[in-house]
Design a protein around this ligand. Structure first.
Ligand SMILES: [Fe+2]
Length: 149
């Protein structure tokens, strides 16, 4: 049976700052990624137990859990190796990344179009904490209080 392990980061937590803070790297590695690895291994144990006991009542949920946790593990593993503290900016032909530059231009019209779309999508994705999200912690105006109680 496969047992998944949390890989070491290929760089120090501060290697991607200031684009990504050390705290965010640590959160994604030590919490998110570790939880996916644990979830995949726990689910494999549950699947083995189901096979041993021939108890198939939760097989559908176990298969979904394994797919969820394993994809989180794989995506995080790819994520760590796709970033560098030395990168950034527009990929240019002279940098040896002509295929990437061409694919971005073909799909988004330009690097500026790609950047604008990605920035907007990331800012509006529900899992991303935006500075404006802090407003929800402020006390509501008097007219909003108590209307549902
Ligand atoms: Fe993450």
């Amino acid at each position: 049976m496969a047992v998944y392990t949390l890989p070491e980061l290929p760089y120090d937590c501060s290697a991607l700052a200031p684009a990504i803070s050390p705290e965010i790297i640590e959160l994604h590695h030590d919490k998110h990624h570790a939880a996916y690895v644990k979830g995949a291994n726990d689910t494999l144990e549950q699947l083995a137990e189901a096979r041993d006991k021939e108890t198939w009542g939760s097989i559908n949920g176990l298969e979904k859990n394994l797919a969820f946790h394993l994809s989180g593990h794989i995506l995080h593993s790819i994520y760590w190796h796709n970033m560098t503290g030395d990168g950034g900016g527009e990929p240019l032909d002279q940098d040896g990344v002509g295929e990437l530059a061409g694919a971005i231009a073909e799909s988004f019209g330009s690097f500026a179009g790609f950047k604008a779309q990605l920035t907007k999508a990331a800012a509006t994705y529900s899992g991303v904490r935006r500075p404006s999200a802090r407003r929800s912690c402020r006390p509501r105006p008097r007219s909003c209080r108590g209307s549902l109680s």
